[in-house]
Design a protein around this ligand. Structure first.
Ligand code: GLV
Ligand code: MN
Ligand code: MN
Ligand code: MN
Length: 425
């Protein structure tokens, strides 16, 4: 690690950084019944477009050059002294959960921007270019699954994979993406990641922890060691809609009743005395969704996660059989729509993060990520890592999500130093 540049750390401006965060948080702001100010900024929405424009304005002032790829991934480039070298990439996402907070995702983008701005203001030159990226649709809130931008960038799936997926209004992803790209036709179009161009030198993503560990241990910085695996399924239970007053129970094909049997059986399959496994059913739709008609269709989602790939594969692959065996009157269709194997960040980036935190006198700890992130998909293509900062009570995906200006600035100072380190290798 090169000696710490004190002027670089000082150039990260806590007040300005917080101001930028709060300005972004106005785009999609809402107040929940408890008075918490949250953010609902769906990917590829008007609000998303406005947020990107706001960032682009700041970037232009700072002297960064912008470009966009065919998936809508947005890049801001700080030139290196050798522009031919592979860049160091940093960033996260600007879309939010529908009932989301002001920090998840957006902080990683603004932290990358503030870190690069600080580098420039401090006159710290880097051999390699540094690029700040805002990945398209990390959350999967409007269009499931999440991480589409990073998956396409890293070659996990062809870029057209999700074009026909519709949101709740029936608007296809491909159509919303085309509209976004048209509205940004003033930006140069760049090649799509490793599919059409070279790999980055390294990737670092800053993010709030979204869990309670850093706060509980009074640590300023989380040195993230990896990310657990995730699999998402959508299950359709198909029965027959009938009159609720006239149809005897024995003659029904009630999709809700069979859905309940299926979920109960899945709870047994997913039982884990160690409480490491994560199994969530959290989105349910019923048709025709009236109280006096038997449900003809019940659709529910499964979010299943585990850090051990053997468990992720074995239990994930058992899901369909367990559902089929649990049904009494209906049939089921199980579709897997997201599959991310556990990611191990190895040594390169975590060691750089730890060294930077140490040299700045910050309390730090190593920990894995329970949430998935775009970083997961960068692992096979370049050295990758993440920097976590504590968030209040570990709460995330909720309007009460909160991180302090000091915590964010500390994370951004570490990020700035890590970027300077990696971009001079
Ligand atoms: C990301 O938002 C996740 O669900 O882990
Ligand atoms: Mn996020
Ligand atoms: Mn999230
Ligand atoms: Mn996420």
């Amino acid at each position: 690690m090169p000696p710490i540049a004190p002027n670089l750390v000082a150039a990260v401006n806590e007040a300005r950084h917080w101001q930028d965060m709060m300005a972004m948080a106005e785009l999609g702001a809402f107040t929940d019944p408890d008075g918490h100010i949250g953010v609902n900024r769906p990917c590829l929405s008007d609000l998303d477009r406005q947020a990107r424009r706001l960032l682009l304005g700041w970037a232009e002032k700072a002297g960064l050059s912008a470009s966009v790829d065919r998936l809508g991934n947005l890049f801001l480039r700080h030139e290196g002294t050798d522009p031919t070298l592979a860049p160091v990439l940093t960033g996260s996402h600007m879309d939010s959960q529908p009932n989301g907070g002001r920090f998840d995702g957006i902080w990683g983008v603004i932290a990358g921007f503030e870190a690069v701005r600080a580098l420039r203001e401090a006159g710290v030159q880097t051999k390699r270019p540094i690029e700040v990226v805002a990945w398209t649709n990390e959350e999967g809130g409007r269009y499931a699954p999440g991480c589409m931008g990073s998956m396409a960038y890293a070659g996990f799936a062809p870029p057209e994979t999700w074009d026909a997926i519709t949101d709740r209004e029936g608007i296809p992803f491909g159509q919303a993406l085309t509209a976004l790209l048209e509205s940004e036709s003033d930006l140069p179009r760049r090649k799509l990641g490793v599919v059409e161009g070279p790999a980055p030198f390294a990737y670092v993503e800053a993010h709030i922890e979204q869990g309670p560990m850093l706060e509980a241990r009074e640590a300023d910085i989380g040195v993230v060691t990896g990310i657990q695996g995730s699999r998402w399924f959508i299950v359709d239970i198909m029965g027959k809609s009938d009159h609720a007053g006239t149809t005897p129970l024995a003659m029904r094909k009630d999709a809700v009743q069979d859905m309940l049997r299926a979920i109960q059986a899945l709870n047994t399959l997913m039982h884990d005395p160690a409480d490491v496994l994560r199994f969530t059913v959290a989105s349910i739709e019923v048709q025709p969704n009236t109280s006096n008609s038997v449900a003809g269709l019940a659709r529910f989602t499964i979010d299943f996660r585990h850090p051990d790939n053997a468990v992720l594969q074995a239990r994930g692959n058992a899901i369909e059989g367990v559902i089929q065996a649990a049904l009494r009157h209906c049939t089921a269709r199980v579709t897997e729509r997201f599959h991310a194997v556990p990611a191990d960040f190895g040594a390169v980036v975590p060691d750089a993060v730890e060294a930077a935190a140490k040299s700045q006198g910050l309390r730090h700890m190593r920990l894995p990520s329970g949430a998935f992130h775009d970083a997961q998909f960068l692992v096979p293509i370049c050295p990758t890592g993440m920097i976590f900062v504590p968030c209040r009570a570990g709460v995330s995906h909720h309007p009460s999500e909160h991180a302090t200006p000091e915590a964010l600035a500390a994370g951004t100072r570490v990020l700035a130093q890590v970027l300077a380190d990696l971009a001079n290798r």
